[in-house]
Design a protein around this ligand. Structure first.
Ligand code: GDP
Ligand code: MG
Ligand code: K
Length: 298
């Protein structure tokens, strides 16, 4: 069920206005952008689109705060966006081949200096310039940051976009397919949250608990501006499995909860209260009607 070779990760797209970020996303994820754009309205790092293939899943997130802040609040937002930049798995810095490097680019470059994850320089709109001019255009940026790769593309025509995707995927960590490939549910966050909890259970309990564990996220509620309250049931088939997941004095469940909460906070960009219960439902796997309810993927 879980493919150990599968790769997945979060990728931030940044660049000055009009360089073609939305056009690129549209090309990569097609129609899904429209569907996904209201996925995580409650959150700061909005999911903009998801690319899924048999080998990898890339979750593109928006970075609203890369413009120069004019206010104290703006400055605060800016800093939280930049700390989010440290948490993504890769960054695409998009520039336009038709524009000279400007103050907006310098501002972004300065912020990206602290980022340790791979940064890809995407030089867009190459359909608008002569190939002879490309080296000089690239040279304006090339040494500004230790780019993992420089990829000239045309987001409008799709030139080299596959090459870009392959390079991003090569640098991604191994991980689960967070979102279903074709089915976009009404509440994808539920699916992702369940998947993050399940992943921690497998990681921490190893072979002791077979894959007959389901996670049912029963509620995701906003408490206030910064806090989200999440409740979930961990469903197992036998009391012995329940004991393993809870652990001595509840230590295992606590660990699962803490690690899952950190991942979920990274995803939602908000503080999370995570409440977990363990329930025994004998033979739940045979009750196919429940599979859908439990967010089970097949
Ligand atoms: P964003 O502000 O970075 O999201 O930029 P958009 O994706 O909205 O694109 C801004 C403008 O540039 C739009 O008119 C796009 O059609 C155009 N554009 C984007 N990518 C390309 C490209 O590769 N070639 C050309 N010729 N135009 C592009
Ligand atoms: Mg845009
Ligand atoms: K967020």
């Amino acid at each position: 069920m879980d493919n150990p070779e599968y790769k997945s990760g979060f990728v931030a797209l940044i660049g000055r206005p009009n360089v073609g970020k939305s056009t690129l996303l549209n090309y990569i994820v097609g129609q899904k952008v429209a569907i996904m754009s209201n996925v995580a309205q409650t959150t700061r790092n909005k999911i903009q689109g998801i690319y899924t293939s048999p080998e990898a899943q890339i979750i593109f997130i928006d970075t609203p705060g890369v413009h120069k802040p004019a206010t104290k609040l703006g400055d605060f937002m800016e800093r939280s966006t930049m700390s989010a930049l440290d948490e993504v798995d890769a960054v695409l810095f998009v520039v336009s081949a038709t524009e000279k490097r400007g103050a907006g680019d310098d501002f972004i470059i300065d912020r990206l200096k602290q980022v340790k994850q791979p940064i890809y320089l995407v030089v867009n709109k190459i359909d608008q310039v002569s190939p002879n001019d490309l080296p000089d255009i690239v040279a304006q940026y090339q040494d500004a940051l230790p780019f993992a790769a420089v990829v000239p593309i045309s987001a409008l025509q799709g030139n080299n976009v596959n090459d870009l995707l392959n390079k991003i995927i090569a640098g991604l960590p191994h991980g689960p397919q967070y979102y279903p490939a074709d089915q976009i549910s009404d509440h994808p966050e539920r699916f992702v949250v369940a998947e993050m909890i399940r992943e921690k259970i497998f990681m921490l309990t190893r072979e002791e608990v077979p894959h007959s564990v389901a996670v049912d996220v029963t509620s995701i509620k906003r408490e206030d501006e910064e806090h989200i309250h999440i409740s979930a049931n961990i469903i197992v088939e036998r009391p012995g499995q329940k004991g393993i997941i809870i652990g001595k004095k509840g230590q295992m469940l606590k660990k699962i909860g803490t690690m899952a909460r950190q991942d979920i906070e990274r995803l939602l960009g908000d503080r999370v209260f995570l409440q977990l219960w363990v329930k025994v439902v004998p033979g739940w796997r045979d009750k196919s009607a429940m599979l859908k309810d439990y967010g089970y993927r097949n």
